[in-house]
Each structure stands twice: as C-alpha cells, then as structure tokens.
Design a protein around this ligand. Structure first.
Ligand SMILES: NC(=O)C1=CN([C@@H]2O[C@H](COP(=O)(O)OP(=O)(O)OC[C@H]3O[C@@H](n4cnc5c(N)ncnc54)[C@H](O)[C@@H]3O)[C@@H](O)[C@H]2O)C=CC1
Ligand SMILES: O=C([O-])CC(=O)C(=O)O
Length: 328
C-alpha cells in the first residue's frame, strides 16, 4: 500500500452528485490501496452547505480518508491534485437538452482549465461530468495548453452502464456477462450505443438479440434518453448513478480496464473512425497504467456510420458555438 495520499479534487462538491460521490471516494471505491485526500471546490454561497457535508465525512471515520480541504479558489483547491473530477455545473431541467447548458456552464471550464494548467500535479487526470460534458472537457483542455490532451476525458460511462443494464435485462444475462459495449459520440440524445460489437457471454450481442426493431426503436432511445426519463420521474437529474459512473471511469482510467473487455470514454479524437480530429468524442477504449487507448480495427457498417456521424456533427456544432462565445 502506498501511503502518500492520492489528491482528488471534486468540483460542485455540495451538489447532488457530490453528496453521493464524496462518500464513495472516501470509502475506498476508487482505490483501497492508497489513502485519499479530498480537495473540494464550490462557489462561495455553497461553502456553508459544503461544511456540513464535511462534518458528515468526518462522522463516517473512513480509515482511507487522509484529509479534506474545501474552498472557492480553484488555484488553491487544484494545487498538486492527481485527479480532478469536474462535476460542478448547472444541471438541466425538464424539456431541456444538455447542449442548452453550454452558455451557462462553459465559462466554468475556462477558469478551471486555466487553474489546473497552473497548479495541478504533473500526472493529473481530468474527468468531466458537468454537462454538456464533452464540450466542457474540450473547453478545459483548450484552456490548459501545458497539460497533454490525453489527460482530459468526459463521462460517457453512465451511458455505457445503462446500455449494459438494458441489454442484460433483454437477454436475461448477468451484467457481468456483457462485454465490449461501446457508446460513440456525444453524451446527448444523439449518442450511439453500439450492440454490433458488444458481446453477451462471448457471443455477438446484435446476433443474440436478433431484433433490429428493438435495437433501433427501444434499446438506442432508452439509453440515449435515460437522463431525461430520470429527470421526468425524479424531478431532478440522475445523481447516485452519475457518481457511481464517475468512479467507475476514474478507477478504470487510473488502475486499468478488465482483460478481454473495453470501456467507453469520451476522449480527444486523432481522427479515429472518421471522428474529426480534436473533438472530445466517446470511443471504445482500453486503459492501463493511467493511459487510454482507442480500440482500433472495428468494422463500422452503414447503420453505425450514420449514427456516429450524426453525433459527431453535433459535437462539431457545439465546438463552433463555444468558439464563437470566445471560450476556446
Ligand atoms: N455526464 C454525465 O453522465 C452526467 C452529468 N451530469 C451533470 O453534472 C452536473 C452536476 O449535477 P448535480 O450535482 O446534479 O447538480 P447540482 O446543481 O446539485 O450541483 C452542482 C454544484 O456545482 C456547484 N458549482 C456551480 N458552479 C461552480 C463552480 N464554478 N465551481 C465549483 N462548483 C460550482 C453548485 O454550487 C452546485 O453545488 C450537471 O451539469 C449535470 O447535468 C449529471 C448526471 C450525469
Ligand atoms: O440527463 C441529464 O441532464 C443528466 C445526465 O447527463 C444523465 O443522466 O445522463
């Protein structure tokens, strides 16, 4: 066991996702091999509520929690962090698309990108959960020119987990029997959950399901619109599942994905699978030693091509909008 704590920053720590995420991080869900120091960023008016959350963290007496610091200055909170989980941003309400949040949330990520660029540890990894996650990650990345582009990623792991769960329910398989799931594109209603490369107990998922009508008209829209369905049912957006996926993504990134499987992460494209270079788009990736690698050589048929192109066209539009707003 390494005794030097892993410094993990969480932004929006007094929010809904924070209230689940912090306790999971502190209890060892990210790593039980190394103590964790939490660095929690909030806006000034939310610091009092955050103090209450910290009192609760204290009251859990987590053995792996080496310390907690809170504040409203990103340069202080991000100082020396190894992992930054950028959650703090406004959530959408009923009837909104995540892209509608660009103007309200984009500016948060210019300031935080700059602060990370100045003070984060050399090995920092930055995971963006706050919506619209892909384009917010792009904004942070462009505002942090000294941090390698591959250290930024946006969260599509929740979509990935949702897709696994829907496929398991359809086929009667256990979630652990589902492998090689992929979410392509944007964390939005245009995302493409791909069953043509996924497997159920080692067999091709699309062939196992053998129901193109279900795949097109039930599976894809259920996964892509799950966030909206949760907002409709709960009155506010998913929080515990988003926290859980944020940890799944960070844990695999830092400590490696499973053998003979892959995960979905939105990362900067180098043109793979025809995704325009520079966009932060979701791909199938394997991870090892803190690095990710896009799974190459998958055959993309016309159906999948159309879906991937539609989602990446939306990402290009979002990039153009934030360019016009002067955020990148
Ligand atoms: N990528 C994904 O899969 C998912 C993303 N989300 C997104 O995560 C974000 C957070 O969601 P919730 O926790 O439910 O929202 P929330 O409104 O409960 O919490 C957000 C927190 O961020 C804080 N905040 C705002 N500006 C900040 C800044 N500049 N620095 C630090 N903190 C700041 C707010 O004070 C608030 O406490 C939303 O944008 C939501 O849409 C939610 C679910 C899934
Ligand atoms: O739908 C939302 O706005 C929250 C979110 O990103 C999700 O649950 O996937």
């Amino acid at each position: 066991m390494t005794t030097t704590p892993l410094k993990v920053a969480v932004t929006g720590a007094a929010g809904q996702i924070g209230y689940s995420l912090l306790f999971r991080l502190a209890s060892g869900a990210l790593t039980s091999e190394r103590p964790i120091e939490l660095r929690l960023l909030e806006i000034t008016p939310a610091l009092k509520a955050l103090e209450g959350v910290v009192m609760e963290l204290d009251d859990c007496a987590f053995p792996g929690l080496a310390g907690v610091e809170i504040g409203d200055d990103p340069e202080k909170i991000f100082d020396g962090v190894n992992l930054a989980l950028l959650v703090g941003a406004r959530p959408r309400g009923p009837g909104m698309e995540r892209g509608d949040l660009l103007e309200a949330n984009g500016a948060i990520f210019t300031a935080q990108g700059k602060a990370l660029n100045s003070v984060a540890a050399d090995d920092v990894r930055i995971g963006v959960t706050g919506n619209p996650a892909n384009t917010n990650a792009l904004i942070a990345m462009k505002n942090a020119p000294d941090i390698p582009a591959e250290r930024f990623s946006a969260l599509t792991r929740l979509d990935h987990n949702r897709a696994i769960s829907q496929l398991a329910a359809k086929t009667g398989a256990a979630v652990t029997d589902i492998t090689k799931m992929t979410i392509w594109g944007n964390h939005s209603a245009t995302q493409y959950p791909d069953l043509f490369h996924a497997e159920v107990a080692g067999k091709n998922a699309a062939e196992t399901v053998n129901d193109q009508e279900w795949l097109e008209n039930t599976f894809i829209p259920t996964v892509a619109k799950r966030g909206a369905a949760i907002i409709e049912a709960r009155g506010s957006s998913s929080a515990a599942s988003a926290a859980s996926a944020t940890i799944d993504a960070a844990r695999d990134w830092l400590y490696g994905s499973a053998e003979n499987d892959w995960v979905s992460m939105a990362v900067a494209s180098n043109g793979e699978y025809g995704v325009p270079e520079g966009l932060i788009s979701s791909f199938p990736v394997t991870t090892s030693g803190g690095d990710w690698k896009i799974v190459e050589g998958l055959e993309i048929d016309d159906f999948s091509r159309g879906k991937i192109d539609a989602s990446t066209a939306e990402l290009a539009e979002e990039r153009d909008a934030v360019t016009e707003l002067g955020l990148i």
